[in-house]
Write a protein that binds this ligand. Structure first.
Ligand SMILES: *[C@@H]1O[C@H](CO)[C@@H](O)[C@H](O)[C@H]1NC(C)=O
Ligand SMILES: *[C@@H]1O[C@H](CO)[C@@H](O)[C@H](O)[C@H]1NC(C)=O
Ligand SMILES: *[C@@H]1O[C@H](CO)[C@@H](O)[C@H](O)[C@H]1NC(C)=O
Ligand SMILES: *[C@@H]1O[C@H](CO)[C@@H](O)[C@H](O)[C@H]1NC(C)=O
Ligand SMILES: *[C@@H]1O[C@H](CO)[C@@H](O)[C@H](O)[C@H]1NC(C)=O
Ligand SMILES: *[C@@H]1O[C@H](CO)[C@@H](O)[C@H](O)[C@H]1NC(C)=O
Length: 586
């Protein structure tokens, strides 16, 4: 009897040892939990690439135990927990707590009294469920041989705590109604849900919001096709950022350019959104980006139509053409009541849209959008509806695309030194005149008129020149009268030397000259002051040409160049002819 009991005891011991041996082999090498394995305190599973590890942990400064996922690679330096299962139900006695998978497909954490502390749920059942820790940090419950993500029964990426990992979608599925959002730890020692949440709020046009309860604490503006409208520029070079919004879902995610990088986005227990990157040589997390980055990121700090500019003192100012609603209060630094238009807007009267640039777009809670509408169409729609206060382009990634309309007051506007975008705010039409934009418009109109005038003058000049040239040619054609170059005449007359001057007629002086071939000529230089036009000149030529056949005096040709008009005659030594030439006064 005793020996039989001993034998049984020995066998049981052996079995236990064997089991625990098998168990240990699995726990140190595996990335999964199946129905016949489980995890107890001190054991972990490690993702296949060795990036993440899952197991029990105690936050620093706490006595409670939790199931969590942390970076395996950096564990020797720091335990960075990215996900916690039982954040609301800590274990205070883990001596016999287990994490196990049961049919039909549930991962559950049981305490020492065999009570379920935490569990996943599923709408489907499978034959051979397992829980796997993927190398992305996603803990997945699925059918053992089905790797299709659509068939996952449950995944931790759908139930994050305070951390957004690469390729995790923050947002909402409109079909299932399930929302994935971050919720901060209570404090550094307690992963229980804290004061803050970060989600993609789908009210109006979707935007990312940090909230404390229902109060919006910080915002970074709607997505504009490239980035969040208020995001700092340049964007972080670590990652690709994606925002998807359609009938099925809205979500934001980022993925790594270098898959070996360790980066995460975390909502801290004091309400900051931090984008962190592990820097191997300092063995520390480096903060890439922090929201709120400064005082100006405080939601609606400057009230309606107030604009926050961190480089200004005080940081709050009214948008141009707006004035403080309560100036005394405003002067004292109480900006909560914001600003109003200095010229009130009367919807029944005419209005204009004034462009404000480099703006972090206002809260889109009371907004509407149309992805296909043009900016012009957008303006028309806003113009027609009295409650529409402003509009902007929805997507600036490839020119202006789509339409975003605001209804009601505009809050949480920020002026950025880099980035931001244009918004067009509805104003009374009288604001148009003094607008800087209209000044440049006027300048543009003036420039157009000026260039048109210049073009006309140029055209007239060209026409005149062409006409003159034609006339010269015509003259030549009409009389077959040789045209002497001016140079020939100046040479022949010793540059109109006084010695060559043989007289002065009514129209100007007459010079004697000798051409290069020895022929003597008389040159009648029509005075510049004679105001004799080309037509009169032509008449003279015609007249002389008529006279010519009487052989009184022979006209050899003419010379027209610039202001100079000359007639060239054969020189007759006869004095009587001289007097004739001088007397050629018609
Ligand atoms: C341990 O946790 C259980 C619930 O799991 C609770 O009832 C009990 O009071 C806790 N004990 C201590 C010492 O915190
Ligand atoms: C923890 O649980 C074990 C098993 O249920 C029990 O024996 C032990 O007394 C518990 N310890 C405490 C401190 O509650
Ligand atoms: C724990 O509960 C399960 C059923 O939920 C039962 O099968 C098992 O025997 C229980 N174990 C202990 C130690 O009570
Ligand atoms: C899982 O549980 C949550 C609440 O804990 C519930 O909202 C959800 O509908 C459940 N899902 C399924 C598939 O049962
Ligand atoms: C969006 O604008 C387009 C073009 O202006 C129009 O045809 C369409 O009906 C609008 N969509 C909605 C939902 O208003
Ligand atoms: C203006 O837009 C608001 C919000 O969409 C709508 O409720 C209202 O009926 C519109 N008014 C007119 C006159 O179209």
């Amino acid at each position: 009897m005793a020996s039989s009991m001993e034998a049984t005891g020995f066998f049981l011991l052996f079995l236990l040892a064997f089991c625990s041996c098998i168990h240990n082999i699995f726990s140190t090498t595996t990335d999964l939990i199946s129905t016949n394995q489980f995890i107890i305190d001190g054991e972990t599973i490690i993702s296949s690439g060795g990036t993440f590890e899952l197991g029990f942990f105690i936050p620093r400064g706490s006595i409670n135990r939790y199931i969590g996922i942390w970076y395996k690679q950096i564990l020797p330096h720091v335990q960075t927990v990215v996900w916690v299962a039982n954040r609301e139900n800590p274990l205070n006695n883990t001596s016999s707590a287990v994490l196990k998978v049961t049919r039909p497909g549930i991962l559950a954490l049981l305490n020492d009294k065999n009570e379920t502390i935490w569990s996943t749920n599923t709408s489907r059942s499978v034959q051979n469920p397992i829980a796997v820790l993927l190398d992305s940090g996603n803990l997945v419950v699925k059918e053992a041989n089905d790797n299709s993500p659509e068939d996952f029964l449950w995944q931790s990426f759908h139930f994050p705590t305070d951390t957004l990992l690469p390729d995790m979608k923050l947002g909402k599925n409109f079909k299932t109604g399930h929302e994935v959002y971050l919720s901060s730890w209570k404090n550094d020692n307690d992963p229980a849900p804290g004061e803050f949440t970060r989600n993609i709020d789908p009210t109006g046009y979707p935007q990312a919001l940090t909230k404390s309860g229902t109060n919006v604490m910080a915002r970074i503006g709607p997505w504009n096709g490239l980035r969040w409208s208020g995001a700092p520029i340049p964007l972080l070079e670590c990652c690709f950022y994606q925002f998807t919004f359609n009938e099925e879902e809205v979500y934001y995610s980022f993925s790594l350019i270098n898959s070996l990088d360790l980066t995460r986005l975390v909502l801290t227990s004091n309400g900051y959104i931090q984008h962190l990157k592990w820097v191997e040589w300092t063995k520390r997390w480096h903060t890439y980006y922090n929201l709120p980055a400064d005082y100006c990121d405080t939601h609606s700090l400057c009230g309606a139509y107030g604009s926050c500019d961190i480089d200004d003192t005080p940081v709050c100012g009214c948008l141009e053409k707006f004035v403080a609603r309560y100036p005394q209060q405003w002067e004292k630094g109480d900006w909560s009541e914001g600003c109003v238009r200095r010229t009130p807007l009367n919807c029944k009267k005419e209005h204009v849209f004034i462009k404000y640039s480099r703006i972090k777009l206002p809260n889109t809670k009371y907004s509407q959008y149309n992805k296909t509408m043009t900016l012009k169409g957008c303006r028309q729609v806003c113009s027609r509806n009295c409650s529409c206060t402003a509009y902007s382009s929805l997507d600036i990634s490839n020119g202006d695309k789509g339409c975003l309309l605001w209804f009601g007051e505009l809050v949480d506007i920020r002026k950025l030194s880099e980035g931001g975008q244009d918004i067009f705010i509805k104003m009374d039409s009288s604001e148009h005149e003094s607008e800087a934009g209209s000044k440049t418009k006027k300048a543009k109109i003036l420039a157009v008129i000026f260039s048109l005038l210049m073009a006309m003058i140029l055209l007239i000049l060209i026409l005149l020149w062409y006409k003159r040239k034609n006339k010269k040619l015509k003259l030549k054609e009409d009389f077959e009268l040789p045209l002497f170059p001016l140079l020939t005449i100046t040479r022949a007359t010793n540059n109109f030397s006084v010695n060559n001057k043989i007289g002065e007629g009514g129209f100007g002086p007459v010079y004697k000259g000798v051409l290069e071939d020895g022929q003597e000529i008389a040159v009648k230089r029509l005075s510049r002051t004679s105001m004799q036009g080309i037509d009169e000149y032509k008449n003279e030529v015609i007249y002389i040409a008529k006279l010519q056949h009487r052989n009184l005096v022979r006209l050899l040709g003419c010379c027209i160049q610039g202001e100079e008009k000359m007639l060239i005659y054969e020189y007759m030594p006869n004095n009587s002819l001289d007097s004739y030439i001088f007397g050629l006064d018609f």
